[in-house]
Design a protein around this ligand. Structure first.
Ligand code: IFM
Length: 444
């Protein structure tokens, strides 16, 4: 089983970055050596996580990081994308936590020693709980706390980091966490989502200023998730619903960053849903970025619905992953082409793409042929976008390891390396081996 792309494909060139990705809360464990985060509190709330699990141990990466870096090296990838645990590196008083920082300094040094480029994300959803107690992302002050965190840590890391992303998927933090409450901190209310989103974007913009000053040589940007929105039917109301959904899910985050303004829809939001946009905010939010990270998994369908004008419709198309998400590689090509048409994009990295599948270990092997097919078809789709003129600099598989899949707990496995949570044994799946083989061929 192989991954193949045409001989002339840009994906074969040495300067195209292939990587694997993870996030702190999903793999680290060692919760007793850091502050509480909103995800610890959320997991401890009955009924929030499907299998009742938590991130206390996860993949025990905090203790096994050397072995995990060896695995990354073995895969032959160019880069490793991971996030920092804010509650591990900053103490309750806003000072650096030496032990936490040392963990990441060691990780960075080992990655660099092996020639693996570190792509570091500052915020992949695990807000310190004490900041949530003060209002979390509904409190404008959290954006300033984030800026200070980025300042202290980026100074401590010096020149060790190839690329920094401020936030991962602010849509998920704002909408899932503060509007429908299926992610931490579990707050519900349509009036909250856009306010939280604005403070997240503000945090991003202020952090970009800091990074441009502290680390002008690293590649600094943000990671956004995109779900292309399709109409359930050809009825004009449903087509309009899909357009609106696209504005809410996708354009709401990219437009302020690249165009310094929210979509026109802002004006029609009920007053109590509107964010508090102060003088200078949009200028900060639209600070130049060196790269845009694009996370793509699937598309979504919409139909007319109240009160927002759209509601998600069941997707009856195609093959589904274990998350129930349609395998739709064409969506990646279309998304990248439309972003290129609509915006003046900086260089783009696909910072997440992958599939959860019901893997089984048999005779010490995981033959995850469906995941492999997913990767194959999405790399082809990426190649097609490049052929159509989209400038893509890299691609990261989500994820290096099976890990804590948020509200789904440990039941959904996205890794190209299998994790036995009883023993913490890692087994490279067929997809991981195929990546390794492809990357070796490319290097030859
Ligand atoms: O596991 C998540 C990741 O943390 C953020 N992007 C989507 C992935 C799959 O759901």
């Amino acid at each position: 089983m192989n991954i193949t792309v045409p001989k002339t494909s840009r994906l074969r060139s040495k300067d195209f970055v292939f990587g694997v990705a993870t996030a702190a809360f999903q793999i680290e464990g060692a919760a007793d050596s850091r502050l509480e985060s909103i995800w610890d509190r959320f997991c401890a709330t009955p009924g929030m996580i499907r299998d009742g699990s938590n991130g206390l141990v996860a993949c025990d990466h905090y203790n096994r990081w050397r072995e995990d870096v060896d695995l990354i090296e073995q895969l032959g990838v160019d880069a490793y994308r991971f996030s920092l645990s804010w509650p591990r590196v900053i103490d309750q008083n806003g000072h650096l936590n030496k032990v936490g920082i040392t963990f990441y300094l060691n990780l960075l040094d080992r990655l660099n020693a092996k020639g693996i480029k570190p792509f570091v994300t500052f915020y992949h959803w695990d807000l310190p709980q004490h900041l949530q107690d003060a209002g979390g992302w509904l409190n404008r002050n959290t954006a300033f706390k984030f800026r200070d965190y980025v300042d202290l840590v980026s100074k401590a890391f010096g020149d060790r980091v190839f690329s920094y992303a401020t936030l991962n998927e602010p849509y998920c933090s704002a909408y899932l966490g503060y509007e429908i409450g299926i992610h931490a901190p579990g707050i519900t209310g349509a009036q909250h989502g856009k306010k939280a989103a604005h403070h997240l974007l503000l945090a991003h913009g202020m952090a970009m200023e800091v990074l441009a000053r502290n680390c002008p040589d690293s590649l600094n940007g943000i990671v956004l998730n995109f779900s292309p929105c399709y109409s359930k039917t050809t009825k004009p109301e449903d087509i309009e619903a899909a357009r609106l959904a696209d504005v809410f899910l996708n354009q709401w985050y990219i437009a302020p960053i690249l165009n310094a303004q929210y979509p026109d829809l802002l004006a029609s939001l009920p007053d109590d849903h509107k964010p508090d946009i102060r003088d200078g905010d949009m200028k900060l939010i639209s600070h130049a970025i060196d790269f845009l990270g694009v996370n793509y998994y699937t598309r979504e369908f919409f139909q007319e619905g109240s009160p927002s004008g759209f509601q998600q419709a069941e997707n009856l198309e195609g093959q589904k992953t274990d998350m129930g998400w349609e395998v739709f590689p064409q969506g990646l090509t279309d998304l990248l082409v439309s972003l290129t048409t609509d915006y003046n994009l900086p260089p783009v990295y696909i910072t997440e793409n992958g599939a959860a599948m019901p893997d089984i270990v048999e005779n010490g092997m995981v033959m995850d042929t469906e995941r492999l097919a997913y990767y194959q078809s999405h790399l082809q789709a990426l190649d097609a976008a490049i052929e159509q003129g989209v400038a893509i600099e890299g691609y990261f598989a989500w994820s290096l390891l099976d890990n804590f899949e948020w509200a789904e707990g440990y039941a959904k496995r996205f890794g190209i390396v299998h994790v036995d949570y009883e023993t913490q044994k890692r087994t490279v799946k067929a997809s991981g081996k195929a990546f390794g083989k492809f990357l070796k061929q490319r290097a030859a």
